[in-house]
Design a protein around this ligand. Structure first.
Ligand code: PGA
Length: 250
C-alpha cells in the first residue's frame, strides 16, 4: 500500500501573526493544486489563528508544536488538545528533541500527550531520535526502541490509527548535517519494527515515518526517494515560502 507523504513545517519560535499571514500569501499560490503530498504548517501558538485564517479553503493543514495532556485546569501556560481542536488545528508535534532537551519532556510525558492528542482526534507527529554521543556509542537502535516502546505504552492499534512518527537525529537538527538517505532508512526500519510489535504488521505497513534534520531543497529529493521515508519535518527551510515549496515539490 502506498503511503501518502506528509511534508510538515516546524516554525519553532519564529514569525509573528503578520509574518505568518505573509508566508501564506506567498506560499499558497506556489502549491496550488499540489495534492501528491499532505502539507502541514506548525506555527507558534499565537499565530495559529492567523495561519488558520490564511490557509482556509486551501489543502494546507495547520498544527501546533506541543500540547498538554489535561483538558483544562490550573496549568499556567499550557494548551490542551480540546483547545487546539476548537480553533481548527488538525495536527500536533509531540516530543520534539528541543522540548526534550530544554523543557524537561520525557518519554512518559510524550506518552501522556500522545494519548490525549489521539483521544481528541488530532494527528500527532511524535519525534524520536538519538543524540550524537548515542550514535557514536552504537546506541541508536536502543534509543529508538526505548522511545517508541514508551511512547506507545497503553495504546491500541485502533486508538493509534492517526499516529505519525518523525525520526529526527538530534545531531542533524539545525546543524546543516543531514543523515544520509540510507542512515534515515535504517532508522525507519527499526521504528517500523517497533510499531509492528506494538500494533501489528498492518498498522506498521501503513504508518508514516517522516525524516527531520536539515532537510533542504537540495537534499529533499534523495531523502524522499527512499521507500522507507514517508515525508519530512522541516525546521529552518520551512520559514521561507520558496524553499518550503521546493521541498514540498521535491
Ligand atoms: P531543521 O529542524 O530542519 O532546522 O534541522 C528540523 C526540526 O527540528 O524539526
Amino acid at each position: 500500500m502506498a503511503r501518502k507523504k506528509l511534508i510538515a513545517a516546524n516554525w519553532k519560535m519564529y514569525k509573528n501573526p503578520e509574518q505568518s499571514k505573509q508566508f501564506f500569501t506567498d506560499f499558497l499560490p506556489m502549491v496550488q493544486g499540489h495534492d501528491r503530498d499532505e502539507i502541514v504548517v506548525c506555527p507558534p501558538y499565537v499565530n495559529l489563528h492567523a495561519a488558520l485564517e490564511a490557509a482556509k479553503g486551501s489543502q494546507v493543514a495547520i498544527g501546533a508544536q506541543d500540547v498538554y495532556w489535561k483538558e483544562e485546569g490550573a496549568f499556567t501556560g499550557e494548551i490542551s488538545s480540546t483547545m487546539l481542536v476548537a480553533v481548527g488545528c488538525t495536527h500536533v508535534i509531540i516530543g520534539h528533541s528541543e522540548r526534550r532537551q530544554y523543557f524537561g519532556e520525557t518519554d512518559d510525558s510524550v506518552n501522556l500527550k500522545l494519548k490525549a492528542a489521539l483521544e481528541h482526534g488530532l494527528t500527532p507527529i511524535v519525534c524520536v531520535g538519538e543524540v550524537l554521543e548515542e550514535r557514536e556509542a552504537g546506541l541508536t537502535e536502543d534509543v529508538l526502541r526505548r522511545q517508541c516502546v514508551r511512547a506507545f505504552n497503553a495504546l491500541s492499534a485502533r486508538k493509534a490509527a492517526k499516529l505519525v512518527i518523525a525520526y529526527e537525529p538530534v545531531w542533524a537538527i539545525g546543524t546543516g548535517k543531514t543523515a544520509t538517505p540510507q542512515m534515515a532508512s535504517d532508522a525507519h526500519v527499526i521504528i517500523r519494527a517497533e510499531a509492528a510489535k506494538a500494533f501489528g504488521d498492518d498498522f506498521a505497513a501503513a504508518l508514516r515515518i517522516l525524516y527531520g534534520g536539515s532537510v533542504k531543497p537540495d537534499n529533499a529529493h534523495a531523502l524522499m526517494a527512499e521507500d522507507e521515508i514517508d515525508g519530512a519535518l522541516v525546521g529552518g527551510a520551512s520559514l521561507d515560502p520558496k524553499s518550503f515549496t521546493a521541498i514540498v515539490k521535491y
